[in-house]
Design a binder for this molecule. Structure first.
Ligand code: NDP
Length: 490
């Protein structure tokens, strides 16, 4: 049994209340860990030590190269312990080992990316009227509250922790209550590499108390959140008290558009990957498949045949291609959407059920599910299900595809499949979405900005944009001839 503690001011601590929470393996319902369950008081303590650490300047005033060396060291340790941490992530979240192995490699790469970036040239100078010289520098925002969901527990954290620390901020990190195991491993590494006390802190506990305190506290300068759109809205409201800077990476219902002239096998392959990777628990999942009418039936025939062959099982089995959903509550939510789809009159082509055979009855397994004959107003077309459920729509021409694709409150991602390059770019330019793909779906890079239009969020993670989100911009105007202005005569 793993005993998970919080990390504050360089110490491992239990919740002040002494409360703990059971952490469940979603493949079999077994308790794998007991996690300290913090509340507002614990969050306040973590915020206070982060505030003191920031104000001391010990971290923010280090040369960038010195901060970078800590981040490089974290990356190296993540690589060294990759197998162990990936295994724990699979036990905690359920996703197959091949996915967690990828997450670990990506997490190390993210630390290295920001370690490299922070030592590169920065700032601007302006040629203004003599004798003045104007320049701009970037500075850390201050204390950052970082709140993440359970679908990529370690990686979502790293996307925030790496740029925030690189830029010289101090942090209070809150993992999801459902999946805190690998966060503890990351903070063990943070301790091992010797990041000064109080710079990086981790608090665990429920979002509505601990997370809300991070959003509300006047001692926190910035909150960076990844999670559902409803929670994002609540965080925006909580952040108004001290006009906190906010970055929100929220939900999606992203269109994947396949034209008749697409490479058929490639499009089928990515349509499957787009929705069923990570059990469909991906904010950018291609959860709406838009098919041009002339290929609609043939495409679905092949897609369904392949979906039925996806190997669903425990993530620890190397043969598994799709694991269980993250929790019983989430599985029930996904199954309820499947019922809604049936009641709305969508045609269920495959899946639709919980899997209980082969001893899976204690786990939270759901079949890959595809609905055809959906209409734009259906809830399964408009609402984020965040599971292995695909809603298929039919379109007549380019204009119809764009209209259907943009008919959503979300604007996170989208894909287009066609061999006509000009058409691909025309359609992509019309998509109201922040992350797009042509003739593929899902690849993402630490170098490129991640985030959405419309209700999919505010700001961008990753890349230089993600770094800038953790900085303030300061203009400095220098008088090169030190003499009075003479504006007032007396
Ligand atoms: P939630 O929004 O429920 O939770 C996300 C995090 O916020 C958790 O740590 C949660 O705490 C915390 N939280 C919950 N309520 C509050 C609150 N009132 N104030 C502050 N924090 C709070 O999302 P899920 O965990 O269910 O994750 C799924 C969602 O995340 C999906 O909608 C998905 O689209 C989105 N997502 C977006 C991504 C993007 O890049 N755009 C990437 C990945 C996911 P706890 O659960 O511990 O109580």
């Amino acid at each position: 049994m793993i005993n998970l503690k919080m990390y504050m001011n360089g110490e491992w601590v239990e919740a002040k209340s002494g409360k703990t929470r059971d952490i469940i393996n979603p493949a079999n319902g077994e308790v794998i860990a007991k996690a300290a369950e913090g509340d507002v008081e614990d969050a306040r303590h973590a915020i206070q030590v982060a505030r003191e650490a920031f104000d001391s300047g010990e971290w923010s005033e280090l040369p960038a190269a010195a901060r970078a060396s800590y981040l490089f060291a974290i990356a190296d340790k993540l690589d060294e312990r990759a197998e162990e941490i990936a295994h724990l992530e699979t036990l905690d979240n359920g996703k197959p080992l091949r996915e967690t192995a990828f997450d670990l490699a990506d997490a190390a790469a993210c630390f290295r990316y920001y370690a490299g970036l922070v030592t590169k040239p920065d700032g601007q100078t302006y040629h203004v009227a003599d004798p003045m010289q104007a320049m701009v520098v970037r500075e850390p925002v201050g204390v950052c509250g970082l709140i993440v969901p359970w679908n990529y527990p370690l990686l979502m954290g790293v996307w925030k922790i790496a740029p925030a620390l690189a830029a010289g901020n101090t942090i209070v990190f809150k993992p999801s209550e459902v999946t805190p195991v690998t966060a503890m491993k990351l903070f063990e590494i943070i301790e091992e590499v010797g990041i000064p006390k109080g710079v990086a802190n981790m608090v665990m506990g429920p979002g509505p108390t601990v997370g809300n305190e991070l959003a509300e506290s006047h001692l926190v300068d910035k909150v960076s959140f990844t999670g559902g759109t409803a929670t994002g809205r609540s965080i925006m409201k909580a952040a108004t008290g001290n006009i906190k800077k906010i970055s929100l990476e929220l939900g999606g219902k992203s269109p994947n558009i396949v034209f008749a002239d697409a490479d058929f096998d490639t499009a089928v392959d990515y349509a499957l990957f787009g929705i069923f990777a990570n059990q469909g628990q991906v904010c950018s999942a291609g959860s709406r498949l838009l098919l041009e009418e002339s290929i609609h039936d043939r495409f679905l025939e092949v897609l369904v045949e392949r979906a039925k062959k996806i190997r669903v099982g425990p993530g620890t089995d190397p043969a598994t291609e799709m694991g269980p959903l993250v929790s019983q509550a989430h599985m029930e939510k996904v199954l309820s959407y499947i019922e809604i789809g049936k009641q709305e009159g969508a045609r269920l082509l495959c899946g639709g059920n919980r899997i209980t055979a082969n001893g899976y009855d204690k786990g939270f397994f759901v079949e890959p599910t595809i609905f055809a004959d959906t209409t734009p107003k259906m809830r399964i077309v408009q609402e984020e299900i965040f599971g292995p459920v695909l809603a298929v729509q039919k379109f007549t021409d380019e204009a119809d595809a764009i209209r259907l694709a943009n008919d959503s409150v979300y604007g996170l991602a989208g894909g287009v499949f066609t061999q006509d390059g000009a058409k691909a770019l025309r359609v992509i330019k019309k998509l109201r979405a922040g992350i797009t793909w042509i003739n593929c779906y899902h690849p993402t890079y630490n170098e490129a900005p991640w985030g959405g239009y419309k209700q999919s969020g505010i700001g961008r993670g990753l890349g230089t944009f993600g770094f800038d989100e953790f900085t303030e911009v300061k203009q400095i105007n220098i008088n090169l001839q030190v003499q009075p202005s003479g504006w007032f005569e007396n």
